[in-house]
Design a protein around this ligand. Structure first.
Ligand SMILES: NC(=O)c1ccc[n+]([C@@H]2O[C@H](COP(=O)([O-])OP(=O)(O)OC[C@H]3O[C@@H](n4cnc5c(N)ncnc54)[C@H](OP(=O)(O)O)[C@@H]3O)[C@@H](O)[C@H]2O)c1
Length: 346
């Protein structure tokens, strides 16, 4: 029996995460791209804005963001800069559509925390309590009932997936959580920035976002939301001369680290997209590139300490892939639909 397709829209289709959504949606057996919109690239064909796209979607003309959507659209992905996404999200919900927002605009329940982290007044704070923070593996039930899913950031996803089971098991010292992350340059989006020019990025690695990168507060809010724990995260992100990928190392202290590998294995034993590597193996961004997987390894480094290392593709599990995973859950579809479990390797 064939099922009717579900028309979807992508606002911000010309960006890196929007483009990745288009790629994944083209492989989806149930979602159909009915509308795509952009800001400065509005008026172009999708295949001009995204040279990798072909087929029916490639011929779509990118609409301006404020253009009305076809009435049939049931689900909207907003892949827009923070601050600009919120108002579109509000319009979409008012028109009776479901939304998965990839920006940071609905990731916090507390308006003040958003204001501090993003230095912006929230344009629709009344929606913050309704939004579901969509870390799929930990929020399935809430996502399945949501109208609005706030897709987590890439750094918080790579941190919370390994951290939450250990916090829930009450084995880590919450006051000393050191998170050291490395990201590929696509994490900064497609906009023109001098520090992302080839000559300024190539052959170098640099830290940024200090003293407190805004994703630290999202990690802390996630630990509070899922575990009721007030953690103190010491987070340092770095940018590397690679296109995609994120490697996060958590330096953790606590009780019985010899038991932590078992805790992680049990937490994720039935999960399609989270793989706990065998003891002694270490992950690499090149083992997850293009996939919706997060690979996690653990090494005990002392009587009361361990490092936990996670790898994911920032554009897939860190953005568009998790957004599609959430959309599958929201529509009662098989969660893994159109989401690669195998990486592009080498
Ligand atoms: N990149 C990542 O790895 C990643 C991971 C997780 C979450 N996110 C979040 O996802 C969202 C999109 O990120 P991205 O990396 O895809 O960004 P991007 O590559 O810069 O794309 C931004 C999109 O928004 C449009 N846009 C740009 N400036 C705008 C403005 N002033 N008003 C309205 N629309 C505007 C662009 O349209 P034109 O191209 O037509 O100008 C483009 O379609 C952001 O909120 C980001 O924080 C990104």
């Amino acid at each position: 029996m064939t099922h009717p397709s579900i028309p979807v829209a992508v606002l911000g289709a010309s960006g890196y995460t929007g483009g990745e959504l288009i790629r994944l949606l083209q492989m989806h057996p149930r979602f159909r791209i009915a509308h795509a919109a952009a800001h400065s690239r509005a008026g172009s064909r999708l295949q001009e804005a995204l040279p990798g796209v072909r087929g029916e979607a490639g011929g779509l003309i990118l609409s301006p963001l404020e253009a009305p959507l076809p009435a049939e659209v049931e689900l909207v992905f907003t892949a827009l800069p923070h601050g600009t996404a919120a108002i579109r999200v509000k319009e979409m919900l008012a028109a009776g559509r479901k939304v998965v927002d990839l920006s940071a605009d609905f990731r916090y329940r507390n308006e003040e925390v958003y204001k501090q982290a993003y230095e912006l007044e929230h344009p629709c704070p009344e929606l913050l309590s309704e939004a579901v923070f969509g870390l799929s593996e930990h929020a399935r039930q809430a996502v399945s009932e949501a109208r609005l899913v706030a897709n987590p950031g890439c750094y918080p996803t790579s941190t919370l997936l390994p951290l939450l089971p250990l916090l829930k098991a009450d084995v880590v010292d919450e006051s000393r959580i050191i998170v050291d992350s490395k990201s590929g340059a696509s994490g900064a989006g497609r906009g023109m920035k001098p520090e992302l020019l080839y000559c300024e990025l190539n052959e170098g690695v640099r830290a940024y976002g200090l003293p407190r990168h805004r994703h630290a507060s999202e990690m802390e809010a996630g630990a509070d939301l899922f575990c009721g724990r007030r953690i103190d995260v010491h987070f340092v992100p770095h940018i590397l001369p690679m296109t995609r990928g994120m490697l996060t190392t958590l330096h953790l202290c606590g009780r019985n680290p010899g038991d932590w590998h078992r805790i992680l294995r049990e937490a994720y034993r039935n999960e399609a997209f989270v793989r706990i590597l065998p003891e002694g193996s270490l992950p690499s961004t090149s083992f997850v590139r293009g996939s919706n997987r997060c690979d996690i390894a653990l090494e005990v480094t002392g009587e009361d300490r361990a490092v936990v290392i996670s790898c994911l593709d920032n554009l897939v599990k860190g953005a568009a892939g998790q957004a599609l995973q959430n959309a599958n859950i929201m529509f009662g579809l098989e969660e893994t639909l159109a989401l690669p479990q195998t990486a592009i390797w080498p």
